[in-house]
Structures are given as C-alpha cells and as structure tokens.
Design a protein around this ligand. Sequence first.
Ligand code: F6P
Length: 340
Amino acid sequence: MKIGILTSGGDCPGLNAVIRGAVLKGIIQGHEFVGFLDGWRGVVEGDVIDIPRTMVRGIAKQGGTILGTSRTNPFENGGGPETIKAHMDRMGIDAIIAIGGEGTLAAAKRLTDVGLKIVGVPKTVDNDLDATDYTFGFDTAVQIATEAIDRLRTTGESHHRCMIAEVMGRHVGWIALHAGMASGAHAILIPENSTSIEQICEWVQEAHDRGRAPLVVVAEGFVTDSMETPHSERGLDTFGRPRLGGIADQLAPEIEARTGIETRATILGHIQRGGVPSAFDRVLATRLGMAAVDAAVDERWGTMVSLNGTDIAHVGFEQALGRLKTVPQHRYDEAAVLFG
Ligand code: F6P
C-alpha cells in the first residue's frame, strides 16, 4: 500500500514521532510512504514528497513537523473529494493518515463519507478531545509551562509581586490545571469555571497576607463572571474563530487596583508548542503512528486511533467529533482546595 501522511492545524511536539512510528512500522510490512506538505494544502494541490526511511531517522525528538502544517480547509480553494481523489489516483496513493485536531478530523470524516480511505491520529496540545485519554504534545506543554511558571515565581518572590501566567487552552483548562497544580499556583482560572474578580483578588490577598508572592495561572479561554466571551484582541483565525490571548493583561491591572499588590502578567503563548517533546509524548506519538498503519492495513477507514488508559483503541470519527474533554468539576474542586 502507498500511504500519504499529513499534519494539519496547530503544530505540537510529537508530530514527527507519529510520522516516524508510522513509517518505520509500515516499511517493515512493505508499505511505501509519501507526505503531503502543509496539511490539507498539500492534499488539495497534490504537493507531495516521498518519505524514505532515511527521512525519519532520529526525528522522534524533533519539535514541529517535517511535513509543515496549515489550517487549510480541504473543501475550499478548488479542493473537495474529486480533486483529492484525482491527485491520489495520479500518484498511486491508496490511503491517508491524517494527523490533526477537531477541524482536521471533521474534514477527514466528510471525505471518508464519500469514499476516501482515511484514518486519523488525534492531535491537540489543549488535550480537549473526549475520545482519547491523552493527546501527545499536552505533556510537553505542561512541562514547558511549569518550568516557566517556576521561573516567574522566583522573580515574583524577589519583588513581592503577584505574577499571572497565561497558558493555552481555548475551550478547556487542562494545561492550566496541570501546570498550575505542579507549580503550586494560588489560583487556577479555566474556561470551564467562570470566577468573579472579587474571588480572584481574595485568593491573591490571602497568599500575600501569608508572605507569599501570589501566583495566578490562567487559561487563555477563561472568562470572569462579568465577561460574555473570552478575551480576544487579535482578530480571527482562518476558520473565522477569534484568536485568543491577553486575558492575563486584562486581569493584572484589575488585581493591582483592587488589592494594591504590584502585579505582572506573562503570556506564554506558542513557546508551549515548540521544542523537543517529552519522553511521554514521544512514546504516545510513536505508538499512535504505528497503530495508524495497522488501522490502514485493517481498512478501518473513518476511524482514529486513541489512548484508552494505557491501551491504544480505535474510535469512529463521528464519536470523536464535537465532544470536548472538559476539566470535570471534581478535578477543579480538588485543585481549588489549595487556592489562596
Ligand atoms: O488549538 C491549539 C491552540 O494552541 C490553542 O490553544 C490556541 O488558541 C490556538 O491553537 C492558537 O492557534 P495559532 O497557532 O493559529 O495562533
């Protein structure tokens, strides 16, 4: 079989480990691999490179994606199933392994519904897909955020300041919850739980009164109870969704004005998506890549590989889509015991 691989949507550490896992396992079984460049753009335009074994040598530890990525919609700009099928037939590509998040898998579902042979590998640094227990990239992002927050803590303590660290998390607060717990935050603010500014200031004040430099970790999608939508000042992305980021800058002057405690905000942004993947993410990504090849061999079109406990499982695209894995209330309450 000749299998085309694509990486689509926002990148995250571990994408290259998936590609390597798939290629190494597939080559042993006699399959051939090509890569579509820049996600669905390469599929729509037939922009493809060969992936020989030598190309995946040593890339499990490399951040980003050797294939490039984009947020291209495969149904726009002359795309659609007929165009894609024509490119695949011309190049002798039998099947596609699509590595991506919600948008990628939704497109993959539409294409498999009309007969294209696609299996998916879930990818979201936010860890917000319900159909898998963990996605690769998340563990690395938490590690990067924790290390950065630890650093903010030492400078905060020197200056007796309140420090706010803003992390990624558009709809869910997993990165904030985990990095916040790991770094001992005095408040963790997530999209699932809107909180009043009064409550946030109370936590900050309590920590300050004990002689601590208050530390607040906030997810970009957090809203206070007086906000209708997450803070956005950067326009829209290619899918027309508001680009988030900047809630920490909104909270800092409010906290300072209400408590009198000097406050600084840091937005970690894309640093969380760059660099080498953690060992956990390399292992998970490699296993998912290998399992995706098995899924293609078994003709499990329209399914994605996922992690169920410690086992690799298979989930239909329809089950995977539209279901966010939010932070359960009991997990937030557990962390909140240590706030203030
Ligand atoms: O979906 C993952 C994510 O990192 C979100 O946390 C963030 O809002 C978004 O992507 C940023 O997207 P971009 O890389 O297009 O700025």
